[in-house]
Each structure stands twice: as structure tokens, then as C-alpha cells.
Design a protein around this ligand. Structure first.
Ligand SMILES: *[C@@H]1O[C@H](CO)[C@@H](O)[C@H](O)[C@H]1NC(C)=O
Ligand SMILES: *[C@@H]1O[C@H](CO)[C@@H](O)[C@H](O)[C@H]1NC(C)=O
Length: 228
């Protein structure tokens, strides 16, 4: 039993650490902008430092006195960056937003962020069916958005009369999928008016979900409060 548990943990740790992290460094001069982006998937910020942790980064043309303090970091930086960037395909951070409090006045600071790109999964489930969200073992669901309605004339149209698929401006963003699925390995939810209400009577609808499978770190509780 003990042995089994141990090997499972190691396997999960291996899968999750295989994801390569991207690194972005932006020197702290006024107006500098840091851009994070993912070609595939969405940003998941791992670490963020505003301050100085070594004497070399962003040292060009700077007097030594501005580089000697290598233990300078602004508290809460990672939360700021996460809030602005997590779940997005790309984001921009103007360095000025960190000027509000200065952790070490005479030191020339920089913003160093590491992040990974989590693959985003797009799921469409027709009205009357069951939507199934599923992650690999050791990963947990994190829902970015869910919408119950109709926004095109190509999804869920099989054997439907035209008048049921005509209205494509039927949108009803819902937090219910996040509420019941976030932090779980898999989850099933009925795609029906009784669950989501009926945003457009007479239209045959579907549920659109965008989610990722996060590596679940033992001991961390799933964050569900960051949803819009
Ligand atoms: C999952 O990843 C998203 C995007 O990076 C992040 O906002 C969220 O906090 C993560 N959730 C967990 C449980 O790690
Ligand atoms: C589509 O449905 C919505 C919601 O019921 C309604 O507000 C809108 O007027 C409808 N559009 C058309 C073109 O029928």
C-alpha cells in the first residue's frame, strides 16, 4: 500500500514537471512592458519577482550601488501577475504598476516571471446530453468559461429544424460548470434548461466549455475565486 502510493506520487510529479517553463525578464525602467504569451493554450504563472535576486540581470549601464542588494523582492508580485495573466493567451504588464511601493529604494529592479502554457480544452455538448470534463490522472479541472446558448449554425444541428438553430446571438455565460467541476479530476453535468435556465426559448442550445487540466499539487486547495 505504502509502496503503491509512493510510486503514484512520483509518476504524477514527473508528468507535471515535464511542462517546460517560459521565462520573461523586464528591466525596471519607467514604461517598460512585459509581455507573456502562449502559442498554444493559456498562461499559468509559476513565479514572479519584482526586485533583484542577482547582480547580473538588468545590470547594463547601472552603477554598482544599484546592484549590490540581491535580496530585494516586492511582496505579492506573483499574485498581481497571476491575476492579470492566468488563463489568458497573452497579457501585458507595464512595470509602472509595481511602483506603488518600493521594496528597496536605491536598487535597480526588474520583473522576472516564469510561466507555463497549459493546453486549453474546448468542449461542446448538445442540449439534452451530458457534458463530460475529464483530465488525466493527477490533474484537476480548471474552468475558464462556460456558455449555454448558441453562437453558430454548425454546432449541434443534426436533425434540427432551421428555426431551432437560427438564433446565433443566444449567450448565457455560466459559473455553474466551474462551481461543480473545478478541482476535480473528472465531472459530468447535464446540459439542460433545468440546470442553466433558458436564455432563448425555441432555440436548440449547447454548452461550450473551455477548461484546462492543472497539475494538482498535494496540499494546495483549488483556486475557484479567480473566475470572472
Ligand atoms: C489552474 O491554472 C489556472 C491558470 O493558470 C490558475 O489560474 C489556477 O489557479 C490553477 N488552479 C489550480 C488549482 O492550480
Ligand atoms: C435570440 O435570442 C435572444 C434571447 O432570447 C433574443 O434576445 C434575440 O432577440 C434573439 N435574436 C433573434 C435574431 O431572434
Amino acid at each position: 500500500m505504502l509502496r503503491f502510493r509512493l510510486s503514484t506520487t512520483l509518476l504524477l510529479a514527473a508528468t507535471c514537471s515535464l511542462m517546460t517553463a517560459e521565462r520573461a525578464i523586464t528591466c525596471g525602467s519607467e514604461g517598460n512592458v512585459q509581455r507573456l504569451s502562449c502559442d498554444d493554450g493559456v498562461i499559468s504563472v509559476q513565479t514572479a519577482l519584482y526586485g533583484r535576486a542577482d547582480a547580473v540581470t538588468c545590470s547594463e549601464g547601472r552603477p554598482p550601488a544599484q546592484l549590490t542588494n540581491t535580496q530585494c523582492s516586492q511582496v505579492g508580485t506573483v499574485d498581481v501577475v497571476k491575476k492579470r495573466c492566468d488563463g489568458k493567451r497573452e497579457c501585458e504588464l507595464n512595470i509602472n504598476i509595481f511602483y506603488t511601493s518600493d521594496p528597496c529604494k536605491r536598487t535597480y529592479k526588474y520583473l522576472e516571471t516564469t510561466y507555463t502554457c497549459l493546453p486549453a480544452i474546448h468542449l461542446d455538448a448538445c442540449e439534452g446530453s451530458l457534458a463530460q470534463l475529464q483530465c488525466d490522472q493527477g490533474q484537476v479541472i480548471f474552468v475558464y468559461g462556460a456558455d449555454y446558448g448558441r453562437s453558430d449554425q454548425t454546432t449541434c444541428i443534426y436533425q434540427r429544424p432551421l428555426n431551432q438553430i437560427q438564433n446565433i446571438s443566444c449567450s448565457n455565460p455560466t459559473g455553474k460548470v466551474a462551481d461543480s467541476c473545478n478541482g476535480k479530476n473528472s465531472c459530468t453535468i447535464a446540459v439542460s434548461n433545468s440546470v442553466f435556465g433558458n436564455p432563448c426559448i425555441g432555440t436548440y442550445k449547447y454548452l461550450k466549455v473551455v477548461y484546462t487540466c492543472n497539475c494538482s499539487h498535494p496540499g494546495t486547495t483549488p483556486v475557484t475565486t479567480q473566475l470572472p
